[in-house]
Write a new protein. Structure first.
Length: 233
């Protein structure tokens, strides 16, 4: 079994956090002690006078994880822009060593880590010298790419796959998010599979109200759609 996977997206707001939460839920449901890790988050939310990483909070709530925010997300920034710019605007120095140390400590506690990137694979984390793809290399994790289902996804998803492969990253496969029954969505998925030569690991429905009833819709969808052997092998 792999010790983890890295979730990256074709763009921002493609649903990486939903996928991360869903995967961690299925892993834990099947007896694999798992946790998420997000090195840097920009666009943190204010809660009780503190800045909270909303993405990490969602995973904690969906999966009932009792873990400190600082370990799951070593850098939480307020400004909702690229992490390197948010850090500069807020006078925060992001250190690669702190990120890797947090990940190492988390990996020592849990059997499997689902690491989530920020935005797409070429998003800068530290200045313009350290990018999401550099983090993936440092963590030595296989990559799952999350892509949109709708118009524009063929170009974005295939380019992300080819760029990652060009860097020598291990692309495990693709998860399509927010899928519908529309004909162009079905064709998008088949076209991406044919061009990229990568497995479509799951097609996740467009979950409109996934937070209601203790995230029941999200949990059921991922339990139904995820073949765990394809994630952990």
């Amino acid at each position: 079994m792999n010790r983890g996977v890295f979730i990256t997206g074709t763009d921002t707001d493609v649903g990486k956090t939903i996928v991360t939460a869903g995967l961690v839920h299925v892993l834990r449901l099947n007896g694999i002690d798992s946790c998420s890790f997000k090195a840097v988050l920009s666009g943190g939310i204010e809660e009780n006078g503190s800045l909270i990483p909303g993405d990490t909070k969602l995973v904690k709530e969906v999966c009932n994880i009792d873990e400190e925010y600082g370990l799951m997300n070593p850098y939480c920034l307020k400004t909702p822009v690229s992490p390197h710019l948010a850090a500069r605007l807020e006078g925060v120095e992001i250190h690669r060593e702190r990120i890797l140390d947090s990940y190492k400590r988390l990996a020592e506690k849990y059997e499997f880590i689902v690491a989530e990137g920020a935005g797409g694979i070429v998003v800068p984390i530290i200045g313009r010298n350290y990018f999401v793809y550099d983090l993936i290399k440092d963590l030595e994790l296989p990559v799952i790419i999350v892509g949109r289902a709708g118009v524009g996804t063929i170009n974005h998803t295939v380019l992300t796959v080819k760029f990652a492969e060009g860097l020598g990253l291990d692309v495990k496969g693709i998860i399509i998010n927010r899928a519908t029954d529309e004909i162009h969505v079905k064709d998008n998925i088949e076209t991406i599979k044919d061009i990229s030569k990568k497995e479509i690991l799951a097609v996740i429905d467009d979950l409109k109200d996934f937070q209601s009833e203790d995230f029941k819709a999200l949990k059921v969808e991922f339990q139904k759609k995820i073949d765990l052997d394809k994630i952990i092998r």
